[in-house]
Design a protein around this ligand. Sequence first.
Ligand code: HEM
Length: 457
Amino acid sequence: MQLPSQQVIILNSARVVEDLLNNRSSIYGDKCRGVMDEILGWDWGISTMPYGRRWTYARKYIHQCLNNNAVQQYRDVQQQRVRQFLQRTLEEQDGSASIKSVNYLFASIIIEVAYGIRIQGLDDPLVINIMEALETFNAIKVPGAFWVDIFPLLRYLPKWTPGVTFHQYGDLNKPKVAAARERPFKRTVQDIDNGVAPPSMVHDLLHVIREEYTDTHEYSEQEGYLKDAAGTVYGAGVETTHSTVCWFILAMAMHPHIQEKAQRELERAVGGDRLPTHEDYDSLPYVQAIIRETLRWAPAVPMGIPHRVMIDDEYEGYHIPKGCMLVPNIWDVAMCHDPEDYPNPDTFDPERHLDEEGCIDPEVRDPHTIVFGYGRRICAGRYLAKEAIFLTIASILYVFNIRPALDEDGKPMELSISTAAPRSGLFLHPERLDCTLTPRSDIAVKLVTEVYEHDTA
Ligand code: HEM
């Protein structure tokens, strides 16, 4: 596509995405920043940050805390917050599956991992601020939402020009975007200085930065990179994980036989006297297949986050000019719904990821290699996402039966991705979940209550 400001290439095959964004990552690792990003002050968001020094440090800081091994230090946090979520769900009067409660679960895990802050609900002012800021990020990423991103010269129109709303939108929201980076960081620094901060990304890395850079001209720069890192972890981590678990709940309500099969696997692997833990992962291939299928069926970031090529390139006879934007079409027939890789792609079918012995089939394209992005810009939080999503899904399946809610006539509601009213924007996010979560047994209720009381004692 030739936009006035930009040439755009939509990448419509996993092979091409792999050839360009993975295999030529050194020249395709740049990002595009729109005019609205600048107007709102989103320069600190790593996922759209141009390739360079600021991105390199911020990414390094995330990697130090959330790489495959380091992320395990946050297993206790995940376990406690998942148990709280189970207890909250047991207490729901009508058993309805609440999108807000799933959102609260991932907000509480990720803000604790990033800052060591324990929130008391989604109405915590810090969370409200971050959510409002993120809302602007999602809003400006809806294609065509702001003409100024398509015709950048419009930004020079005076604020009083009739019909020009982007300036007002920027003036209203820019302070929220800045505060989302500053406020939680400031609170953690205060806690560190008062000696009451628990371990977290900011706690651990600020210690390192203070040791290495105090009294040098680089100190405030390095502290800034850490602010970028922690702020982006929250921003990029909550919506994505939360959406994935909501899509999982919907899929289970639509397919009770899949759910029952997973529950039988959990009973065999975990037994009847404890809740699932991270250590059960390897003994639960069917649950793993459900997670792969959820990521594929309803990928949380359906059009990825566009990359930008840093120099002129040639590919299979095509000229790709420097500065061109490349959009990976993750959702479409191109990748997650490609009938060659995934026959009947619209059907939710975990079996497609398994071989005849019921083990994960290495011949089937693993959706993790598609939905978390590519090359140098691959999702920096994927290990935490994988751990937290697994623990949540295994625990929900172990404790609850997931069913469609009943309509006014007492009949189970017809469910599909479209009944969940997905919102457009950067994230594929359900607006409603007409499902119920009811305890599977008295023993399951007792287990949740016991561990919850133990954790809160
Ligand atoms: C189901 C869960 C998730 C999905 C599907 C997902 C997907 C993505 C995608 C598609 C990108 C863009 C990659 C690219 O440009 O090629 C991305 C970037 C990113 N994600 Fe995730 N993500 C998830 C969870 C998380 C979590 C839990 C965190 C933090 C703890 C996180 C942190 C980030 C960061 C920091 C980036 C920017 C990386 C960079 O540009 O260098 N994500 N993610």
